[in-house]
Design a binder for this molecule. Structure first.
Ligand SMILES: Cc1ncc(COP(=O)(O)O)c(C=O)c1O
Length: 385
């Protein structure tokens, strides 16, 4: 290992959401990592800071080249820079898509459980939300195509896809993404594909990422693909993401929905993103090896040592989706907060009460401490009949 993922970095009091929102708790919730970002990114930031002038910024040629190379190498697609829209984050893009296509009584469709803003952005557009639960089939979470067909209506305008899926950890296959894109064509929906976790797949041979950018042209034509280096290189706090929208009319509507609602993008974030895509691959590879060991230990611990909990092995993301329904407590996240002093993500916010999400992107020793606290808390519950 060339990089250090084992050292515990004190984050409390640094103005970070994860530790400072509820400083009395041990946090395993929001999706950022407890690791220092890649040295190549720190170097790029230092260099940009040393320049000393931080006026309004725009994406520089180096970043656009880096995105182009990244898409070519990792997705085997050629970037058309005219299709690229720089953004300060992905969530605003979900909201823009809702406002661009679902206003005036439109419906937005997505599948649950899912990252909470997917269940909230319809409100920005005064639209209606349609949700369909994912189903567990042959050892993996899948789309429930039959229910989706029954639920979609003429008023439905967009489908929000989370791929890889937060919180289920699925990296949807080429066949699944194509089937979803065909569903969108059939029902005249714009496919909004949030791929923020696409560089956090554990085994890219058995479960490769299939991007909406790789769809056949006629299907890709109605897609909005959202990407960012933020999750993979732990630079979410710098705020940079981008959208690729091949169709002129969809792109125009998306851009028009911005109005005056978005701030200019952080000047530093452009340079961090460039360094991540251009120089960050060896760090990413080591990160994935480290996270794989964390994942495997977590899955073993939850399934073998925590009686009433179960978890499936995620294919992607550093998030474990834990079924806590058999604990027989009203709210498992609150239970672990009160009894273990832990801050976990409450499944209810993802549309599935009774589940919790555990973020395992932290030094292994810290993760194990958190898991031990869960086990001790469960041990305090009365034995079940
Ligand atoms: C699926 C997904 N989309 C978007 C985001 C957040 O994106 P941003 O911080 O760029 O708004 C997250 C963060 O956890 C996420 O998991």
């Amino acid at each position: 290992m060339n990089f250090d993922f084992d050292t515990v970095v004190a984050r409390k009091g640094t103005g970070c959401i994860k530790y400072d929102r509820r400083p009395e708790l041990d946090p395993f919730w929001v999706a950022d990592m407890d690791f220092v970002s890649a040295p190549v990114i720190l170097d790029a930031l230092h260099k940009r800071i040393d320049h000393g002038v931080f006026g309004y910024a725009q994406a520089h040629v180096g970043l656009i080249d880096a995105i182009g190379e990244y898409l070519q190498t990792r997705r085997h697609v050629v970037l058309n820079a005219d299709h690229l829209i720089h953004l300060g984050g992905l969530v605003p893009a979900l909201s823009l898509a809702a406002r661009a296509f679902c206003e005036d009584g439109g419906e937005l469709m997505t599948c649950t459980p899912v990252y909470p803003p997917f269940l909230g952005v319809h409100k920005d557009a005064g639209a209606k939300l349609l949700t369909v639960d994912h189903v567990f089939n042959s050892g993996r979470w899948e789309f429930d195509w039959d229910t989706m067909k029954n639920v979609v209506s003429e008023k439905t305008k967009i489908f929000l896809l989370c791929n890889p899926q937060n919180s289920l950890g699925r990296a949807f296959s080429k066949d699944e993404v194509i089937q979803l894109a065909q569903f969108c064509v059939k029902h005249d929906l714009v496919l909004v594909s949030d791929e923020i976790h696409c560089d956090l797949i554990f085994d890219e041979v058995s479960t490769p990422h299939f991007s909406a950018l790789q769809l056949p042209q006629e299907l890709a034509a109605r897609s909005i693909t959202l990407l960012s280096p933020s999750k993979t290189w732990n630079i979410a706090g710098l705020g940079y993401a981008f959208a690729i929208i091949p169709d002129d009319s969809i792109r125009r509507k998306f851009n028009a929905a911005k109005g005056h609602t978005l701030a200019e993008i952080n000047a530093l974030s452009y340079y961090a993103a460039e360094a991540a895509y251009k120089l960050g691959e060896s760090w990413r590879q080591e990160l994935i090896s480290y996270l794989t060991k964390n994942r495997d230990e977590l899955v073993r611990f939850i399934n073998e040592d925590c009686d009433s909990l179960s978890v499936h092995t995620p294919e992607a993301t550093y998030l474990a989706w834990i079924d806590a329904r058999k604990l027989n407590v009203k709210n498992p996240a609150e239970f672990f907060e009160k009894e273990a002093g832990l801050f976990l993500s409450d499944g209810a916010f993802f549309g599935w009460p009774g589940w919790v999400r555990f973020n395992f992107a932290c030094p292994r020793a810290r993760m194990i401490e958190g898991l031990e606290k869960m086990k001790i808390a469960i041990g305090k519950l009365p034995a079940q009949a």
